[in-house]
Each structure stands twice: as structure tokens, then as C-alpha cells.
Design a protein around this ligand. Structure first.
Ligand code: OAD
Length: 272
């Protein structure tokens, strides 16, 4: 038994003790790679390593508002591959849903734009989509909403949609937070929920993008933070009660579910 597995048992005992009432979960692209959606920064498989064919000045330009205004096409090439509807929630998503059905989920903060949290059935009032999502889209000039069915058609053909308002013709962009754009106000309204957590789970994120990357710092020092990730990230591991579960997050989550006696329920809910 490794140290992290012993510690994971301790986390399970803490949850089972009934002392845990407010779990905050912070997620990134790593929880969706098992669904077939690439993450951004993994060296071989990440999107940023595979954007060379789009001739970008740098990979991040695909999410850069100024670049988008001059050349929106690369974003729409990428959007075709990322667009929700073709993917199914992972074990990690279903585990988070189980936390909510058991009344333990205080807040989920996600950086993901794939809408798999909603697809997994996590109540929307518990989700903060910190980087927005593909759920809505609008003109970047006049802000007029653009119809969903038209958006789906454009994205399936990797075509750039234009505003439908007469005489506008502005570029249409999903409500995804690009670099140089503010995060949704909900992120700031709910940031304090992390202060009152009695357990934090950080899953599948490199914690490279601020302000999201500072969320784990909102958690009080005496509150255990558990990292489920391929690699160690941010300041996770620097607090006495931090637990590092390094490896793929579905495997880590299954181990925690085993320790909690929730494994059968988890697998059954995932298969549905
Ligand atoms: P990254 O690609 O930066 O990081 C993903 C993290 O998950 C890395 O640390 C991987 O090692 C880890 N990982 C990958 N697969 C995993 C698995 N199966 N199990 C466990 N860990 C795994 O993705 P994010 O941190 O989400 O912005 O990136 C943050 C933001 O940067 C994104 O929201 C995106 C991007 O610019 C927008 O979309 C606007």
C-alpha cells in the first residue's frame, strides 16, 4: 500500500465520519480525456501540441480574442472536434454527481467547456463553468444571441457564423472565456464557497490559467485537499493534509469509491 493509498483511506474515513458536509471540486480537461476529448497541455496528445496545422502564432491564439477578431477560422476548426453532443461523461463526472446526490457537493468549479458536468446530471446550481461553455453564443459586436441549431450546423462544417441581425454581420462566438476576457460574474460570486469547504478535490487540471489556478489557495490550510492528476500541480502537496493521488483520475476515483463502499453504485450509475 502506497502512502497515497493509505491517505485515500483516511479521506474515505473522514467522509464516512459524517464530518464532511461541504466538498468543493475543482476540475479541468484531464477529467474528460477518458471521454475522448483531448486536454490542452499534455505533451503529445494535448490540443496545443496538435495545433501546428492551423498555422497559429502560438497555440493559445486559438482562444485569444484579438486573434479571433482577425482570424476566427482556427477556433471553428477546433470547435468542430470539441463540440458537445458526441461525448459521454466519465467515471470522474459520475463520481461528482454522486457527491451531489448524497448532499455532499458544496460547489463544483470547472474549467471545461464540454458541458459533460451537465450531461452527467450534476445540478446546474452547483456548477460554476469558470471558462463558460458551448451552451450559448452571441455576436461579439452587438451581443445578439445566435440560434443554437444554426450554431450546430456551422460548427459541424467548421464554418464561421455571422450575426443574423440586419446590417451587423459581426462574428459569432460561443460564451467561452477567451484570453483577455473576464470570467463570468458567477465565478466571483461563488469564489467564497471554497472558503467554507471541509474537503477539496482537485482533478485533471494543470493549474496554469489564472484566476482559476488560485482557487485551491482559497481553501483553508487545515482543510484536506486531494489531487487526482497525472502530475503534481500548483501548491498541491504543500499542506500537511494534502493527498496526492497521481495517475489517471478515473482510477483514483474508483479507489476512493472502493474505500467509501460506493464502488458498485458508481459503476452502475456510470453504465446507465
Ligand atoms: P491542461 O491541459 O492544461 O491540464 C490537464 C491536466 O490534466 C494536466 O496536468 C494533465 O497531466 C492532466 N491529465 C490529463 N489526462 C488525465 C487523466 N486521465 N487523469 C488525470 N489527469 C489527467 O487543462 P486545464 O488545466 O483544464 O481554456 O487547462 C485550463 C485552461 O487552459 C482551459 O480551460 C482552456 C485552456 O486555455 C479555455 O478553454 C478557455
Amino acid at each position: 500500500v502506497t502512502l497515497s493509498e493509505r491517505s485515500l483511506d483516511a479521506v474515505a474515513d473522514y467522509i464516512k465520519s459524517g464530518k464532511v458536509r461541504r466538498i468543493v471540486v475543482m476540475t479541468g480537461a484531464g477529467i474528460s480525456t477518458a471521454a475522448g476529448i483531448p486536454d490542452f497541455r499534455s505533451p503529445e496528445t494535448g490540443l496545443y501540441a496538435n495545433l501546428a496545422k492551423l498555422n497559429l502564432p502560438e497555440p493559445e491564439a486559438v482562444f485569444d480574442l484579438n486573434f479571433f477578431k482577425t482570424n476566427p477560422k482556427p477556433f471553428y476548426v477546433l470547435a468542430k472536434d470539441l463540440y458537445p453532443g458526441n461525448f459521454h461523461p466519465t467515471i470522474s463526472h459520475v463520481f461528482i454527481r454522486m457527491l451531489s446526490t448524497k448532499g455532499l457537493l458544496h460547489q463544483l468549479y470547472t474549467q471545461n467547456i464540454d458541458c459533460l458536468e451537465r450531461a452527467a446530471g450534476i445540478p446546474s446550481e452547483l456548477i460554476v463553468e469558470a471558462h463558460g461553455s458551448f451552451a450559448n453564443q452571441r455576436c461579439i459586436d452587438c451581443k445578439t444571441a445566435f440560434p443554437h441549431d444554426l450554431m450546430r450546423e456551422h460548427i459541424s462544417r467548421a464554418e464561421v457564423p455571422r450575426c443574423t441581425r440586419p446590417n451587423c454581420k459581426g462574428l459569432v462566438k460561443p460564451d467561452i472565456v477567451f484570453f483577455h476576457e473576464a470570467l463570468p460574474s458567477l465565478f466571483y460570486d461563488r469564489i467564497h464557497m471554497a472558503d467554507t469547504a471541509d474537503l477539496a478535490l482537485v482533478m485533471g487540471t494543470s493549474l496554469q490559467v489564472h484566476p482559476f489556478a488560485s482557487l485551491p489557495e482559497q481553501v483553508p490550510t487545515h482543510v484536506p485537499r486531494v489531487l487526482f492528476n497525472l502530475e503534481r500541480v500548483g501548491s498541491l502537496g504543500s499542506h500537511a493534509d494534502d493527498v496526492l493521488v497521481l495517475g489517471d483520475c478515473d482510477t483514483g476515483v474508483r479507489k476512493l469509491a472502493d474505500a467509501l463502499g460506493w464502488r458498485e453504485e458508481l459503476e452502475a450509475e456510470w453504465r446507465q
